[in-house]
Design a protein around this ligand. Sequence first.
Ligand code: C2O
Length: 581
Amino acid sequence: PPLEKYVDPLPTPLTAIPDPSVYPGADYYEITMRQGSWRFHRDLKPATVWGYWAKNPKDPRKAIGMGYLGPTISVTADHPTVVKYRNKLPTTHLFQSVIERIRSGDPQLTPMAPPPYESKPPFPKNVSVWNVVHQHGGFTAPQSDGMPLHSFSPDGFHAESYTTLDPSRVKPNEAICAYTNHERSSMLWYHDHGMGMTSVNVYAGLAGLYLIRDPADERLGLPRGEFEVPLVLQDRTFGRDGSLAYTMTQREGEDTPVVNGKAYPFLAVEPRRYRLRILNASNERFWRLRFDVPRSALLQPNMPFWLIGTDGGFRTPLHMLNFLIGPAERYDLMVDFSQVPMGTNVTLTNYHAPVHYPGMPGQGPEISEIMQFRVTKPLSGGADRTTTPKKLKLPAVAPMEPKPHTRRREWVLYQHKLFGTMTFNAVPFMEPSEDFIKAGSTEIWEYINPNHDAHPMHVHLVNFQVLNRQPIDAAGYQAGYEKWIDGGRKAEDKPVLANYLTGPPIPPDPDEALSYKDTVKSYPETVTRIITGEFTPPTDTIASIPGSGTVLPATYVHHCHLLEHEDDDLMRPWTIVGSGG
Ligand code: C2O
């Protein structure tokens, strides 16, 4: 029988407690990855899951976590954080059978080729579990960035580029990372980035929120405390016994919506403004979200709301009825539940939701309803004193403008015609970096997508803005690109993008215009152009942690945030070099 909807209250991940005494001038956390159990729904038995637990400096016996996902790390902008990550997961993977099938090259699996690490394995053959934590959206020195080849296993094996700060304080299954927190007020997140294993590791539960708070926010009059609600959206499939099933190998997308770890939860709310901070932490699913209300409650079927921020922080408020959120994107909303009568149920729904792109046939099961807000709680404290969206004085977003000499770089989302594996520019992830970027420069990156699916593109280290998109002759471009590859990649054969454009540039969508982004939807049969912030990695800012700053050359990655694509193999390194060199 289908799961009964709206019987479980929405959980809110607890906030980790820092220990300021370990590294002077920085907040210190110890985060442990563990296997545990978690009940996703009242009528399901507890499932075995993976999650992050934070050490509680006030009571070491009471670690902070819930089994699934991880505690929220909430920091003050510019006050650095040091985190020790400890890998206490079992040495057999939660999805060991899936991994065995991928390793044996089972052609039924969606990642159609063996994982990229099969040719140059980062770990001995008998090791099946390895992990690393990446702070998504963070302005982080490369040795703390948690990239795939920084992975380490519970039994203490290290991938080739494994790195830690303060090595005298770590055991082989640990790594210490430092974060400058030089970000704008925004919601980042942390998640697993294990080499070739990110999809199964995140699916098991390895993701959490990382909030950057700016003291200046207090004057904005935004809803806060219990009226600021984070929503971590995922899709999952459950076995009859309540266990987590990973079916992404047969289809793209799972069949049950899960918010903050609960299937179809509800939240009782007051008739007032709320700030909803939404993260799409699904492996592959795009959602088109809206708030449905009964006809009797409003004159229209959807409750309007205001978009006040995106991946990289605040933006000019935008009045909206729905939006499309791709994997890893964040949407910061102001929703006023006093627009509807007391007693109204407001349902967060997913309108026409093929997995990969609206209007394109998705292969995953459709999910139409997600969670319910019940406007049933009396207004506490007399009145809603938060600022109305029209009067909000949010920090302005400066447009990033290309200059005539701004360097342009092309990234072709190339799907191998036989194997189906995807790469950037037909170069596997494990090939050394061949993209060298001058420190301090900004660049225009063109994501050329000749496929029929949308892909979320994520760049580490920098925020960017969307410049425009332009339709391309996808079949022609793909054919030209294959010819270039088959002919031995001679410069003169390389397809010239300008010759394949089939229409004028299209401005960014209203919800991404003049916004700071770290993940952008690359639509099918389209080139998506972004302009990056300066490629200036953090220098040594944390005095008590020697070696926490960046030394050039510094290599980072960018990749598709469909996690199965990132694993296989739509990811490339790029390198920042000194402006003198
Ligand atoms: Cu959220 Cu490199 O990833």
